[in-house]
Design a protein around this ligand. Structure first.
Ligand SMILES: *Cc1c(COP(=O)(O)O)cnc(C)c1O
Length: 453
């Protein structure tokens, strides 16, 4: 169908296509990867070169590419209907998926509001939380508590609750104000990267001081267990639970963003399970369709849902929706994604892979240019530094992380770093042998740096 000369495609790509999170001047000067097909954990570019997709196509692929069951779920639905609106009407896969998500979510999350991307799922939680207090007749609640180094997506509301200066600083004047707590990892780590429980308690005390002294707090918004986009910064164990206890004590809502961590990445379906937490809102995206189609969901409780109930004329309903909310194809493939988790025992088979990953990650500490190694479940970040002793970073303009990623491409491993943090977010179906290949390649690529600097 698109049997074009690769050179022509490369030219058109540079001529017409503005890529996300990409310095296009550099992109136009470089050779870039253009993928054409995939199978399992592998991708092929337009020249036929094969790569392991070691970042799950930006953290969303779960059971591999071109999975027969996921393909067939879409094709079956496609032969019925591709899209019908859910504004005041419904469709079969969206209903079935809502029921299924409630069954697997932490107890108490009983209502599903769909959208298309993670940022929207967060945006919706923010608006719902704010609106909730108004519907309850409680005025003056208009402040959110957030964490520094947070990432919740790129729409203006999601950026307002974000805390990565490089991404978000530019837009400061456009954003609503929030109260920021420090990033738990950066605040609490000692020289060995260990997170002490005293420090966690100290951070929770800071939160309590804020909650105690103000009555204008709508909600606290935070990622679940790890600040992924900040460069894989894990929370100390118990932090999420501590936040839940305090929000309950002071009657403030809690919005947990599981967009990156959901669907098995941390070793359980959702990280919240590991701390026995049911937030007031849980945001899902990325892996929800197994990495096939854009879909996201904001889960909430009966308590929140009921605050929006009323006679039509009371106008209490949630005036928010998107054209493709609850899209039939996306919901069909999301259902099949969850069936595969059960049929293929994905989470059970993941446990030894997580162990293997931790064992192999240890080896990175020995490398001259590795300053920190972090992991939560099957998510990992390896931080590159210029001077290990002084923890001195490489200059930003040197793009060291990208250089290492490009080296890995030579050996058929596809990575995209976060600054100088090498991210490993492999599809959950990856085999041990392939994990070893990815690790060996990355170690080699980092070692190659020693020749340059
Ligand atoms: C990726 C991500 C988002 C944004 O999701 P998009 O689908 O890219 O809009 C939000 N929160 C977290 C934690 C993420 O990792």
């Amino acid at each position: 169908m698109w049997d074009l000369d690769p050179k022509v495609l490369e030219k058109w790509d540079k001529e017409y296509f503005w890529h996300p999170f990409t310095q296009m001047k550099v992109y136009q000067e470089e050779e870039n990867l253009i993928f054409e097909r995939g199978e399992g954990v592998y991708l092929w570019d337009i020249y036929g070169k094969k790569y392991i997709d070691a970042i799950s196509s930006l953290w969303c692929n779960v059971h591999g590419h071109n999975h027969p069951k996921l393909n067939s779920a879409i094709m079956k639905q496609l032969c019925k209907v591709a899209h019908t609106t859910t504004l005041g009407s419904s469709n079969v896969p969206a209903i079935l998926l809502a029921k299924k998500l409630v069954e697997i979510a932490p107890d108490g999350l009983t209502k599903i509001f769909y959208s298309e991307d993670g940022a929207e799922a967060v945006e919706i939680a923010i608006k719902m939380a704010y609106h909730y207090w108004r519907n309850k007749g409680i005025e003056g609640k208009n402040v959110f508590i957030t964490l520094s180094e947070a990432y919740h997506g790129d729409t203006v509301g999601a950026v307002s609750v974000g805390g990565i200066e490089l991404f978000h600083g530019t837009y400061r004047d456009l954003l609503f104000k929030t109260i920021k707590l420090p990033s738990p990892y950066l605040y609490c780590k000692d020289v060995h990267g260990n997170l002490s429980s005293e420090c966690t308690a100290d951070l929770l005390m800071k939160l309590e001081e804020i909650l105690k002294s103000r009555d204008d707090i709508v909600a606290i918004v935070l990622e679940s267990g790890i600040q992924a986009a900040a460069g894989m910064l894990p929370f100390p164990k118990g932090f999420l639970k501590g936040v839940r206890e305090l929000t309950k004590k002071y009657g403030v809502l809690m919005i947990v963003d599981e967009v990156a961590t959901g669907f098995g990445r941390t070793g359980t379906m959702f990280y919240c399970e590991q701390e026995g937490v049911t937030p007031d809102f849980m945001c899902l995206g990325k892996g929800i369709t197994g990495g096939y189609l854009p879909l996201a969901a904001t889960l909430t409780t009966d308590k929140v849902f009921e605050a929006f109930l009323g006679e039509f004329g009371e106008a209490k309903h949630f005036y928010h929706g998107h054209t493709y909310t609850g899209n039939n194809l996306a919901c069909s493939v999301a259902l099949a994604n969850l069936e595969i988790f059960e049929e293929e025992k994905t989470l059970e088979k993941l446990q030894p892979k997580i162990k293997l990953l931790s064992q192999r990650l240890e080896e990175f500490w020995e490398l001259k240019h590795v300053g920190d190694v972090r992991q939560l479940g099957f998510m990992a970040g390896i931080e590159l530094v210029k001077d290990k002793g002084k923890k001195e970073p490489f200059p930003y303009g040197e793009r060291t992380g990208f250089k290492v990623a490009y080296k890995c491409r030579e050996k058929g491993v596809f990575l995209r770093p976060l600054g100088d943090v090498m991210v490993l977010m492999m599809p959950l179906v990856i085999e041990e042998e392939e994990i070893n290949y990815v690790i060996d390649t990355l170690k080699w690529a980092i070692t190659e740096l020693e020749k340059e600097v």
